[in-house]
Design a protein around this ligand. Structure first.
Ligand code: ADP
Ligand code: ZN
Length: 761
């Protein structure tokens, strides 16, 4: 496959008219907001393939873009002013043509420009033309003369030769330095003809850095009867060789991963490749390590937590056809993997599959489209499927495979609901850990078992308010109050949206009264409370704040798995997929955090989070217990999560979605207009609403709700107004909206369009 070979002459002759050109290409350049650009292929230059990189002039700049379409002159009506390509960088497609197609589909479906979509499919470094700048390393190896044991050398040189004697392939200069062999010794040996030094390309290997403590899987162990039946069905579907989709609905700990592995091996044996998507960066190495046990070095990983270099190397390995399995997060759905026969989306309900910048795609849905185009099997796995996926399974659009029991017949955790109103009455209004949870943690610490405590809110306190004027300390850029991080002198107040931060003042900035109080609490406060109430416990916290440094998340999880931490306090990050056999207690502090939000998915999200986190307990030999603290103990999403009754939750939630006309019964497009003033944002949004209504006065295709100030009415200094389009004809909704917004390019830049939003907040 081609590296960056220049296969055509470079031309800067721009005086020629388009009549001279016969072939044109449309090119996507990774610049947000730019539409496809058309260029001519100059005579004498071989027309580039779809997916090849080309260098194009744009204004006074030269940019590298990807060929999206090759067109004959007849289809380029007004060729005037079309400039020729500067050069073609690849003889073969750099991006496989099916991935180019997928990017186009993504751009269109999610109402994004081709620039955004092509950015999503490119590996990080090609954006700035350092495309193939691989890291190289000096590798030192012995010559024949160097292998002579009697050759006359100094003691230090002898030591160096001994190190090299064991390594036929040679040893990198970095490794030699680590073993105390200096560069000076190497060059002396080189001059004496005893060693040779060569430059070798090294693929930065992210596996090396990650903790690969996955429990080895016994390839011969017997499947449970349910697993067996499920695998049979999946194999059958994969053998069809055409597009199929299946929901693998298995309770936590039912052994879904085992099925992914065996199914993948069968697909590989049939000569096709596997794409495995996982929601969380932290889960990638763990899952990849499991796949490595079966597929060895033919596994690549792709996620945004890798350095650009690592990601680029992995991407190139995939592109060169050196791997059979790609394990990655959302963006891995665009991997340049050929002959894809199976796409697995694990924890398909997870919110992190949705990208929150343009293109606002859902990796799960793009995966389904990719599988469809590739004639592959798509497997969506979850213990708590999204409403959309379950709806499709119920309609017969997807096959549904059920694993109702945990492996080894381990029971699901027993769940205790603590009504916090009673707890406040008994223990006072400042209680954070209920008696049941406190005692439960202490008992686990004593027995040498582990506990997880979840609170889906970061920080120490959620607000600071003044007792005299009851004002709060708010962000100056956003419509939210600042969150307190740290304690005592190290206290900072920070905005979780724009990162603005300031020291917590001693007096109220408004009325100068010295009566500031903290309200609400987050993970930091829970961590402090656990430490205070269980002084013998080793306590750690896992949230976005405690894992900012690269590698710290993996390290923390490894420590917990190794039993060096007794109690892990954290946000929803700890609820995901991890398999910790020694955890026997899960506590949920404020199970209702999400329910107060005016979002149509609030109940679904709460149900999923509670079911998932309760599923973390009792995955080993000892049965698990969950303690759920709430002030709404009778809310259906809390109650049904405690009974782990998915079907009942689905039925109940569908009533609400039907009554309110929400997905999965209708489609939704959320639109947010930003402006410097609220009035300006309102004006623009009102115009869009009016034009939308004009286009469909009888409301046959859609209804428009709004405009209204967005729930976060001010963000990073800009005012935001929202309108919602609801309807059954998604294409019509999108096309009408896009035409109206793009009719005013200045407005388009300030308008965010979110197709199939996960949240309308
Ligand atoms: P899920 O992904 O459904 O939550 P996992 O695949 O993580 O469940 O499986 C839970 C645990 O059971 C893992 O430790 C896994 O190694 C183990 N396991 C899976 N299948 C079997 C089996 N057939 N026999 C014994 N142990 C199994
Ligand atoms: Zn802010």
């Amino acid at each position: 496959m081609g590296g960056p070979t220049n296969v055509g002459p470079t031309t800067s002759d721009e005086r020629r008219t388009t009549n001279d050109y016969h072939v044109f290409v449309r090119v996507a350049v990774p610049v947000p907001g730019l539409d496809l650009l058309t260029y001519a292929v100059p005579e004498g230059m071989i027309a580039p393939a779809l997916g090849a990189r080309v260098v194009v002039p744009l204004g006074s700049r030269s940019l590298t873009g990807i060929v999206i379409e090759v067109a004959q002159a007849s289809s380029v009506p007004d060729g005037k002013g079309i400039k020729p390509l500067k050069s073609v960088l690849d003889t073969d497609p750099f991006i496989p043509s099916d991935v180019v197609e997928l990017a186009r589909w993504t751009a269109e479906y999610y109402a994004a420009g081709p620039g955004e979509a092509i950015t999503a499919v490119l590996p990080p470094k090609t954006r700035d033309e350092r495309a193939d700048a691989h890291k190289t390393s000096r590798v030192v190896s012995l010559t024949a003369a160097g292998t002579d044991p009697d050759v006359k050398v100094t003691t230090r040189q002898r030591e160096a030769l001994d190190v090299l004697a064991g390594a036929a392939e040679g040893v990198s200069s970095v490794e030699l330095a680590r073993r105390g062999v200096s560069a000076d010794i190497v060059s002396r040996l080189q001059r004496a003809g005893l060693v040779v030094v060569r430059e070798a390309r090294v693929d930065r290997d992210p596996f090396a850095a990650a903790s690969l403590e996955a429990t080895p899987v016994d390839p011969l162990r017997a499947l449970t009867p349910e697993q067996d039946a499920g695998l049979e069905r999946l194999l059958e579907l994969s053998r069809a060789g055409t597009f199929k989709a299946a929901l693998l609905h298995g309770v936590t700990g039912s052994g879904k991963t085992e099925l992914y592995l065996r199914l993948s091996a069968a697909v590989r044996d049939a000569g096709r490749r596997v794409l495995m998507l996982v929601p969380e960066i932290a889960l990638t190495p763990q899952v990849a390590a499991l796949f490595r046990q079966t597929f060895h070095e033919r596994v690549a990983i792709q996620h945004s937590g890798l350095s650009d270099g690592e990601r680029h190397d992995q991407w190139q390995r995939i592109r060169r056809g050196e791997v059979d399995v790609v394990v990655g997060t959302r963006s891995a759905v665009f991997s340049p993997l050929r002959d894809v026969g199976l796409i697995i989306v694990d924890e398909e309900h997870d919110n992190s599959y949705k990208q929150d910048e343009s293109p606002r795609y859902n990796g799960r849905d793009v995966a389904l489209v990719r599988a469809q185009k590739a004639g592959a099997l798509a497997v969506l796995g979850s213990a708590t499927p999204s409403m959309e996926t379950y709806f499709n399974a119920m309609n017969g659009k997807y096959d549904r495979i059920v694993l109702e029991r945990r492996v080894m017949d381990r029971p699901l955790a027993s769940v205790t609901v603590v009504d916090m109103r009673e707890e406040y009455a008994a223990e006072g209004p400042d209680v954070i850990l209920s008696r049941a949870l406190r005692d439960g943690i202490a008992a686990r610490v004593e027995r040498g078992e582990q506990s997880i405590v979840l609170l889906n809110r970061r920080g120490f306190a959620t607000a600071v308010f003044c007792r005299q004027c009851s004002g709060t300390i708010d962000c100056s850029n956003c419509d939210v109050s600042l969150v307190v991080h740290g304690e005592g002198a190290a206290r900072w107040a920070r905005c979780h949206y724009c990162n603005y931060s300031t020291r917590v003042p001693n007096v109220c900035p408004t009325c100068k009264a010295p009566y500031l109080e903290q309200m609400g609490f987050g993970t930091e406060r829970v961590e402090a409370q656990v430490k205070k109430q269980c002084p013998d416990a080793r306590v750690a916290r896992l949230d976005r704040d405690s894992t900012r440094r690269k590698g710290s998340l993996v390290a923390l999880l490894a420590k917990f798995r190794a039993g060096e931490i007794d109690v892990l306090v954290g946000t929803q990050m700890i609820a995901k997929g991890h398999d910790f056999p020694r955890v026997t207690l899960v506590g949920v502090v404020s199970a209702d955090v999400g329910l107060g939000m005016a979002d149509f998915r609030a109940s679904e999200r709460t149900f999923q989070l509670l079911t998932q986190v309760a599923g973390r307990a009792g995955r080993g030999e000892t049965p698990g217990e969950a303690v759920v603290q709430t002030i709404y103990p009778t809310h259906y999403s809390i109650l049904l999560a405690c009974h782990q009754d998915y079907a009942a939750f689905y039925e109940r939630e569908m009533l609400f979605r039907k009554a309110m006309r929400y997905p999965p019964l209708v489609s939704l497009i959320n639109t947010v207009v930003r402006a410097k003033t609220l009035a300006a944002a309102m004006d623009d949004a009102s115009q869009i609403v009016a034009q939308m209504r004009q286009q469909d006065p009888a409301m046959t295709h859609y209804r428009v709700l709004g405009p209204a100030p967005a729930p976060l009415g001010k963000l990073r200094g800009e005012y935001r107004v929202q309108l919602l389009v609801k309807g059954t004809n998604r294409r019509k909704m999108r096309e009408t909206l896009v035409a109206i917004v793009n009719g005013r390019p200045e407005l388009a830049r300030r308008t965010l369009i979110d197709v199939d939003p996960l949240s309308v907040l």
